[in-house]
Design a protein around this ligand. Structure first.
Ligand code: CMP
Length: 143
């Protein structure tokens, strides 16, 4: 099952891309698509359309456009898509880094909820919506 993760500006500028992607690889999860992207406003608004109207929406949009991100499609080798998403959520930790467990990506590297180090699709449906925002089908390699 494919899902999208984004290594966000704070993590890219701190040189944490390899460390973060390595956690998924070491868990046995394959990278099937990978690119460095400077996100424009249209892309940011598509990605975060579910948050439109929330009080943190503007800062969320401005942050993801502030410096390059790394977009990555992972293939989770678990049949039940809900379980596959749950595993990714477990590896990254809960949204608020001050509450995320140590040993998770957000628990180890995050500081502020409005400057999260990683984004991940939170359901099979959002993975289906989010992947094509960054990747054409022929940019993904199944193996
Ligand atoms: P991300 O996983 O990229 O996608 C949703 C983002 O909303 C999340 O990262 C957080 O950075 C941000 N977010 C969620 N809740 C809050 C909040 N209460 N205050 C500020 N930002 C938030």
């Amino acid at each position: 099952m494919r899902t999208l993760i984004i290594v966000k500006p704070w993590a890219v500028s701190r040189g944490l891309v390899g460390e973060i992607l390595g956690r998924f690889e070491r868990r046995g999860i394959r990278i099937e698509g990978l690119k460095v992207v400077r996100v424009d406003r249209e892309t940011a608004e598509r990605l975060y359309s579910v948050h439109k109207g929330k009080n943190f929406y503007d800062s969320l949009i401005n942050h993801i456009m502030s410096s390059p991100i790394v977009a990555c499609v992972l293939n989770i080798p678990i049949e039940d898509p809900e379980n596959a998403i749950a595993l990714v959520r477990k590896i990254i930790g809960v949204t608020d880094p001050t509450k995320a467990e140590m040993g998770t990506i957000r628990g180890d590297y995050g500081l502020r909820i409005d400057r999260n180090v990683i984004h991940a699709s939170d359901s099979p449906r959002s993975a289906e919506y989010e992947i094509p925002i960054f990747f054409k089908e022929d940019e993904l390699v199944e193996y």
